[in-house]
Every structure is written in structure tokens, then in C-alpha cells.
Design a protein around this ligand. Structure first.
Ligand SMILES: NC(=O)c1ccc[n+]([C@@H]2O[C@H](COP(=O)([O-])OP(=O)(O)OC[C@H]3O[C@@H](n4cnc5c(N)ncnc54)[C@H](OP(=O)(O)O)[C@@H]3O)[C@@H](O)[C@H]2O)c1
Length: 292
């Protein structure tokens, strides 16, 4: 089941955070992405984010910053139980030999007994979907993951995973921004009660934000273009976003999107920015993407 509630997430900024309820998981709709931040920079941004009111942090083994993220959480003083922490295991570690060791390593680096969401970072090229599901379920069984999910899964792969997994799949983290048509996976996620968490939600800071429709809408709403894009994300049912910023002032900007609403026409006009070939994260190991 997937629904959306609102609840106060922060005393500091008095933010009313939208929470996605997806197959038992309660996921703050707006989180902090941490890819490409490491060491002290990462620790300081995570600390400041938590002080600003963020309660959702996204990391991965591959980012090589789990220790820095864990340290940021620790020094922020924010209660662990108030934070929704996600990490991801790289596909080559989705094997009997590696998986449990890898997750144990993540927990140690993060300085925590559990993550709130454990994801398979990309669909593996090894073993069967049922084997991947078994491993995720084992981590949950051990109490190491409160919720389990996937990332970069296409419609057929998501279906196979949902069918194979004993525990529900809470989330599919996928590239999403106004230039990319993700309507097929959006429908599939909704059908299975799976939250769609957008990565690269700001198109990695490339010139998306200069689009006239975003500039105009921002002016009309008294917001920035980045806030309009992030609002567009979270205003879709069952959807959230994890923008990354290494700029402390942008932390407050990016989370301050829950006090305004885009009209149906504004939502549509932003969706119409879709263009072909605008996928940023496309590698030789990517799955066969859903046709658009
Ligand atoms: N599952 C996956 O395979 C996968 C793949 C990619 C990413 N991710 C996750 O998704 C997160 C977000 O994606 P991303 O980091 O690739 O891209 P992004 O969040 O779309 O963009 C980050 C870029 O936008 C800039 N930015 C942030 N806030 C801004 C604002 N208010 N105005 C203007 N520019 C702004 C940042 O600059 P400054 O830092 O200089 O402020 C940075 O250059 C990652 O950090 C990671 O956690 C997951």
C-alpha cells in the first residue's frame, strides 16, 4: 500500500515534511543525496542537513563515504531513530559470498545497527532474481535492514523482484527529472505500492534550471527554479527526491518546498520538458531500459 501523509519533521526550520508510506516503510519524501562528497565535506554537510531538518540521508557502498555519513549523523546529535538512512550494495556483491559481509561492513562504517532501507544499487548480471531477493530478505531477517528495495530496476525486473521477494519491496530509486520520461516505471511502482525515489532530481545541476517554464513558475510561486523542480517531484503520488548539494545554503533551499503547490497546468508544463536521450546514468552494465 502506498499513501502520503504529512508530519512535522523539524523544529529548526518548522518544515512540514511529506512522508511516503510504501509497503510498510515511512520515507521522508525529500532526502539528501551524498554521491561525490567524501570525508570532512560529507560529514559537515550531513551534520548541517540534519540540523536544518533533513531526516533522510542516501549513501551507498560505492560512494566510499559511509564512514563520513555515519560521522555526520553522530556529531549532529539527531536521534538515530528519527533518521531514515539508505545504503546500497553494488551488483557484483549480490552473491552468497559477498552480500552479508558487505552489509556488515556498511553498518560498521555507518556506526549503526541497521539501515532503514537497503537497496540493490543496479540489477546484477549474476544469479537469478530470486537469489537477489533471498539475500535482501536475509539482511532484513537479521534486523540489519528495516526495509528493502531496489534501484535502477525496469518494469519487468521490478515485477520479478516484487514477485520473488518474501518481504515487500519498499522503493525503486531511479534517475528522474523533467527531461526524462519515467511514466512507465512510475505506473509500475504505483501498481506494486513501491515508492519511486528520484536520483539526479536536479539533472545534476546542468542547465535544466534555466528553462523558461521553470524560471516563470519560480517567479509566480516566489520560489527558485530548483525548488519548483523538487516540488514537481514530490507532488507526484508516491514519489520523492534526494538532491545532493555540497553548498550549505542550498540545503535549506532544497527542503523548503512543502509550503506551496504547483497547479495541474504547471505540473503538466514541466512534464512537457521531456526530451529523448537525457539519461545521465547510463552505463555498459545498465539494464535494457523501458521503452518510451
Ligand atoms: N541509485 C543510483 O544509481 C544513483 C545514481 C546517481 C545518484 N544517486 C543518488 O542521488 C543523489 C542525487 O543525484 P546527483 O547528486 O547525481 O544529482 P542532483 O541531485 O540532481 O544534482 C546535484 C547538483 O545540483 C547542484 N544543486 C543542488 N542544489 C541546487 C540548487 N538549489 N540550485 C542549483 N543547483 C543545485 C549541486 O551543486 P552543489 O553541490 O555545488 O551545491 C550538484 O552539482 C546522489 O547524490 C546519490 O545519493 C543514485
Amino acid at each position: 500500500m502506498l499513501s502520503i501523509n504529512t508530519a512535522s519533521a523539524s523544529h529548526e526550520m518548522d518544515i512540514v515534511m511529506k512522508t511516503l508510506e510504501a509497503n510498510g516503510a515511512k520515507i521522508p519524501a525529500l532526502g539528501l543525496g551524498t554521491w561525490q562528497m567524501r570525508d570532512e565535506e560529507c560529514t559537515n554537510i550531513v551534520k548541517t542537513a540534519l540540523e536544518t531538518g533533513y531526516r533522510h540521508i542516501d549513501t551507498a557502498v560505492m560512494y566510499e563515504n559511509e564512514t563520513a555519513v555515519g560521522q555526520g549523523i553522530k556529531v549532529s546529535g539527531a536521534p538515530r531513530e528519527d533518521i531514515f538512512l539508505t545504503t546500497k550494495v553494488w551488483p557484483t556483491d549480490i552473491t552468497e559470498d559477498s552480500f552479508i559481509k558487505t552489509v556488515a561492513g556498511s553498518l560498521e562504517r555507518l556506526g549503526t545497527d541497521y539501515v532503514d532501507l537497503l537497496l540493490i544499487h543496479w540489477p546484477p548480471k549474476v544469479n537469478a532474481v530470486s537469489d537477489w531477493a533471498k539475500l535482501l530478505n536475509e539482511a532484513a531477517e537479521r534486523g540489519w535492514a528495516r526495509n528493502i528495495g531496489v534501484s535502477n530496476f525496469t518494469v519487468p525486473l521490478l515485477y520479478e523482484m516484487v514477485t520473488a521477494s518474501e518481504r515487500p519491496i519498499a522503493c525503486n530509486q531511479v534517475e528522474n527529472h523533467p527531461y526524462l520520461d519515467q511514466s512507465k516505471i512510475r505506473v509500475a511502482c504505483a501498481k506494486h505500492g513501491v515508492a519511486l525515489m528520484a536520483y539526479c532530481p536536479l539533472y545534476q545541476g546542468r542547465p535544466l534550471m534555466n528553462e523558461p517554464i521553470l524560471v516563470e513558475t519560480a517567479k509566480a510561486c516566489g520560489k527558485t527554479a530548483a525548488q519548483v523542480v523538487l516540488r514537481w517531484h514530490v507532488q507526484h503520488n508516491g514519489a520523492g527526491a534526494i538532491p545532493k548539494t555540497a553548498t550549505p545554503a542550498r540545503l535549506a533551499e532544497n527542503i523548503d518546498i512543502f509550503d506551496f503547490e504547483l497547479s495541474g497546468d504547471q505540473m503538466e508544463a514541466i512534464t512537457e520538458l521531456t526530451q529523448k536521450h537525457t539519461r545521465i546514468c547510463d552505463f555498459e552494465f545498465s539494464p535494457d531500459w523501458d521503452a518510451v
